[in-house]
Design a protein around this ligand. Structure first.
Ligand code: ADP
Ligand code: ZN
Length: 418
């Protein structure tokens, strides 16, 4: 698309509906690709600005953009937000009565809607409007859910391959924050968009200091760490529910406003923990991985892993909750072989046991690395960092090597003589 046309439509639309003057890195290129009718795969870290990549084209296309999203709970908020910006949007799911659903289908047929959010489970109810003349574009959010190579596989995503077969002319844009190379390939294959152009944004979060420590005395290490940061917000991930409770208690004994969060708590209790954390009434949440999804808090200063996560995708997503404001933050991981053994026990017998163990091995390699950790982390996502980062424990304290040939020879000759 010519630069002139871009300026004519893109910038005024960005300003009018979203209030921004500039695009974030990659957004303009992605939007242009979509508007040209091409299939697109977007890998962009959380907070990078994925939504606009399909919302803005939706406004310029005739017809409705279908947004497939697994997070039914967030759909209403998303739609309310769009409506508040003057964008005609709706969501469609099983919580609505048939009258409301029919009303939405009519709106689509009359081309009154620009965006329609739908859970993959509800797609079958949309058969009547899955026509090229109505649907201008299909956005697939959290696209990694389609792949069993990914870390959050959802069976309901598996049927999405039919979309390209039914609507071959309609551009598809798939978006996710985490997908390694194998997962990306799998997404393209399953969605039947082998030629989609891929846009990989940098995954580097330079402001997060990466650190791994041996797990000896980790409770004491954590207490010391948090004591030095009494006024700061942080999340401590533990493997077990019991672990979150014990740790929260120990922190409370030190006078730190800490609390536990796990799936065993009631819905009300969990909501309260989240709210208190967001409004800084609680400083530290000791949580299982159930905590964090959809929590938008910019000033989380540290994320600690009491136990090792089961793969790098999970680790990356969890530490990514630190420092969204761009200020210096810490990611601290405790490493012990006991955790590796326990995680391996969890995967035993799973249908994709080999894959899960391979991912676990990569996580372990990261924890045991003697090279810049950021290089390894970014390398995992297919990104090459030219120089050492200078903001990880290895960079700050590089391992010292020395020539041990003579010592080794002496030792071996000693063994031989014995
Ligand atoms: P993601 O889905 O990638 O996590 P969002 O689409 O929710 O990210 O965007 C994250 C934040 O960035 C939102 O508050 C959004 O309004 C803001 N944002 C997106 N694009 C821009 C832009 N071009 N300029 C300024 N802020 C933006
Ligand atoms: Zn480094």
């Amino acid at each position: 698309m010519a630069e002139a046309i871009l300026h004519e439509h893109l910038y005024p639309t960005l300003k009018k509906y979203f209030g921004y003057d500039q695009f974030r890195p990659q957004q303009k290129e992605i939007i242009t690709n979509v508007l040209e009718g091409n299939d697109t795969l977007v890998i962009m870290p959380t907070g990078g600005g994925k939504s606009i990549c399909y919302q803005l084209p939706a406004l310029l296309f005739e017809g409705v953009t279908l947004v497939i999203s697994p997070l039914i709970a967030l759909m209403k908020d998303q739609v309310d937000g769009l409506n508040a910006n003057g964008i005609e949007a709706e969501y469609f799911n099983s919580s609505q009565d048939s009258l409301k659903q029919q009303e939405i289908l009519d709106q689509v047929a009359q081309k009154k809607l620009k965006l329609l959010y739908v859970a993959p489970e509800s797609l079958s109810a949309l058969n009547d409007i899955l026509k090229e003349s109505y649907i201008s574009c299909i956005a697939i959010d959290e696209a990694h859910c389609i792949s069993s190579w990914g870390h959050d596989f959802r069976p309901s995503y598996q049927q999405l391959g039919f979309l390209k077969r039914s609507l071959p002319q309609t551009p598809i844009i798939a978006l996710t924050a985490t997908a390694d190379k194998a997962t990306r390939q799998d997404i393209l294959e399953q969605l039947n968009i082998p030629n989609a152009q891929q846009f990989l944004s940098s995954f580097d979060r330079k402001n997060i200091k990466l650190e791994v420590r041996p797990a000896e005395n980790r409770v004491k290490q954590i207490l010391d760490f948090v004591e030095k940061r009494r006024e700061e917000s942080g999340i401590i991930y533990c493997l077990s529910r019991k672990g979150t409770e014990k740790l929260a208690e120990k922190l409370q004994h030190k006078g730190i406003k800490a609390t536990a969060y796990h799936a065993g708590l009631s819905f009300e209790d969990r909501s309260k923990v989240q709210e208190d954390f967001i409004f800084d009434k609680t400083k530290v949440v000791c949580a299982t991985v159930a905590f964090g999804m959809g929590i938008d808090k910019s000033n989380v200063r540290f994320v600690i892993h009491y136990n090792m996560p089961k793969n790098i995708e999970g680790y990356y997503q969890e530490i990514g909750r630190a420092g969204r404001d761009g200020l210096a933050s810490n990611a601290l991981l405790f490493h012990t072989y006991a955790d590796v053994i326990q995680l391996r026990r969890f995967t035993a017998g799973a249908s994709n046991e080999d894959l899960q163990n391979a991912k676990l091995d990569r996580m372990k390699e990261f924890a045991e690395a003697t090279d810049c950790r950021r290089k390894i982390l970014l390398g995992y996502f297919g990104e090459y960092l030219e120089e050492n980062c200078g903001n990880c424990d290895v960079c700050e304290n590089p391992p010292r090597f020395f020539d041990g040939t003579i010592y080794a020879q002496k030792l071996l000759s000693c063994v031989a003589r014995l």
